[in-house]
Ligand binder design. Structure first.
Ligand code: NAD
Length: 511
């Protein structure tokens, strides 16, 4: 294997324990894995960074056994003590924030401030989960029977399978792992095959925390494709919950496999997010928000804005300003602090973007700017604006690239109907200074998405709220609020402290 790394990259990789070839599974020790080697490719150059020996089905089995054993011990630790391990994980992430953030940028191609932001999100999740570890509240109820007490309590659920996508290679693990850990679950992580190095680096960080505390190896790792790891994991009856983040196609396969064994799935799938801008909106604010949400991360966020609805009074002038702004964006090295947009993840993503643009034109769309792949090293494309019609089928698909379809509308309800007419339902936004329009958008007749914002773009959610979407986005919720409940099992308890045995609903059964 040829690995092309300069001295700076070599130092970065070494600081995170990444070697030229790395084992792809951890069960408390790093397993000498026997699956094929995959190379992690730097999308900025198209060159390999380092390799990972993937987990075979036998390696997966080892990790699953260890996760099952770790759960038996971990669930007996008091929740606040589990929280203390997660607190230390957060501290260790703080210490490695710069290096890990740079590795995210190297492996995924998102700009450095977003790479660092992703690690900050992990740290924020750790902080949130520490607090949760003392707040896994159950309710108590008044029993209808005299001298009886009723309450609900929440117990650890079991080993959890975590499948993650390439575009948030470490934050999505943290959304799941920090909360699952305080809830008393062990876990097995199957990261994307496109981002194996960040997964190895994070697991090494977590390993140090576990070992320093003699904690069971709850943070298992098995790197491999859907055949080696994905399918054995989703079929594994030892895992009562599979949390899967990725495309709708993946979610349908995982959802079916998990439903077949009547277990739980938590699905975080694709989005096709829209912003509505009304005539009275603050145009400057809206322009900045659209740019970040549509061009940021090269359009590779599940919450990226893909559809823009402009009210007729401002449509022409807003489009003009947007085209100017798009033309000023020069895709480049994501490590360079001046860069706003890095590359796409791989050559396939560039082809998918080109094919979507061709279809849009065939279906009556007009390219206003961009539209081309950029020749040279790496997987760079031009951010693209396309004037479109709501009926164009391509606008109902999620193309994971910086394409923004623009539509015009007269009345708000017309825009809301068009906005809701796609199969996905993740994130949505309206820009308006009219309180009636804002409230209509947030009402039951408004946006049908899991996330609905006013005067904020569709991407960049905070961890305090529950994150997720409706319809083909899968219905899952992760991160803040009461999302922790899916990682636990609920038990309803009734205690009789009297010497009679009254039956509920007044049923008599005397012998
Ligand atoms: P992907 O679906 O190709 O892969 C995601 C993960 O699923 C990978 O680890 C992959 O190996 C695994 N996988 C694929 N098929 C599987 C199967 N049959 N069984 C088990 N595992 C399987 O997605 P991607 O290209 O890595 O990521 C981009 C997609 O993820 C986009 O659709 C994006 O919207 C979505 N995403 C959603 C969220 C969210 O929270 N809703 C967050 C990030 C990304």
């Amino acid at each position: 294997m040829t690995v092309h790394t300069d001295d700076k990259t070599a130092t970065l990789l070494a600081s995170l324990g990444i070697e030229s070839e790395n084992p792809g599974a951890y069960d408390g020790t790093w397993i000498d894995t026997s699956g094929p080697v995959i190379q992690s490719i730097n999308p900025t150059t198209g060159e390999p960074i380092a390799g990972v020996r993937t987990a075979s089905i036998d390696d997966y089995e080892r990790v699953a056994r260890a996760a099952t054993e770790a759960f038996e011990v971990w669930r007996t630790w008091p929740a606040p003590k589990r929280g203390e391990i997660v607190r230390q994980l957060g501290d260790e992430l703080r210490r490695h924030k710069d290096a890990l953030g740079a590795l995210v940028t190297l492996e995924v191609g998102k700009v450095l401030s977003e790479g660092l932001g992703e690690v900050q999100e992990m740290i924020d999740m750790a902080d949130l989960a520490v607090g949760m570890s003392r707040q896994l509240y159950g309710k108590s109820m008044h029993s209808e029977r005299p001298e009886h007490r009723m309450y609900e309590q929440w117990h650890p659920l079991g080993p959890v399978g975590i499948i993650t996508a390439f575009n948030f290679p470490v934050a999505v693990w943290a959304w799941n792992a920090t909360v699952a850990a305080v809830c008393g679950d062990s876990m097995i992580w199957k990261p994307s095959e496109k981002t194996p190095l960040t997964a190895v680096a994070v697991t090494r960080i977590a390993q140090r925390v576990l070992e320093a505390n003699d904690a069971p190896p709850i943070f298992g790792l098995a790197i491999g494709d859907r055949h080696q790891v994905g399918k054995p994991m989703t079929a594994d009856t030892r895992l009562p919950l599979i949390s899967a983040t990725g495309s709708v196609t993946m979610g349908k396969a995982v959802g079916r496999a998990v439903a077949d064994r009547l277990s739980r799935s938590l699905l975080e799938l694709g989005g096709n997010n829209g912003i509505i801008i009304t005539d009275d909106a603050d145009q400057d604010l809206a322009l900045r928000a659209v740019l970040f949400a549509a061009v940021g991360t090269a359009g590779q966020r599940c919450t990226s804005t893909r559809r823009l609805f402009l009210q007729k009074g401002i449509a022409a002038s807003f489009k003009e300003r947007l085209v100017e702004a798009y033309k000023s964006i020069k895709p480049g090295d994501p490590m360079d602090p001046g860069t706003l947009m890095g590359p796409l993840i791989d050559a396939r993503a560039v082809e998918d973007m080109q094919s979507a643009i061709a279809k849009a034109v065939e279906q009556g769309g007009k390219v206003l700017c961009g539209g081309e792949a950029i020749e040279g090293d790496g997987f760079f494309v031009q951010p693209t604006l396309i004037e479109a019609k709501v009926q164009m089928p391509i606008t109902c698909d999620e193309t994971f690239a910086p394409i923004l379809y623009i539509f015009e509308f007269d009345q708000l309800d017309e825009a809301i109907t068009a906005h809701n007419s796609v199969p996905q339902g993740l994130s949505s936004a309206i820009f308006t200074t009219n309180v009636l329009a804002a409230e209509r958008f947030l009402s039951p007749l408004g946006s049908d998405c899991g996330i609905a914002n006013v005067n904020i773009g569709t991407s960049g959610a905070e961890i305090g709220g529950a994150f997720g979407g409706e319809k083909e986005t899968g219905g899952g919720r992760e991160a803040g609020s009461d999302s922790w409940k899916i990682y636990m099992r609920r038990q309803t308890c009734t205690i009789n402290y009297g010497d009679e045995l009254p039956l509920a609903q007044g049923v008599e059964f005397d012998v």
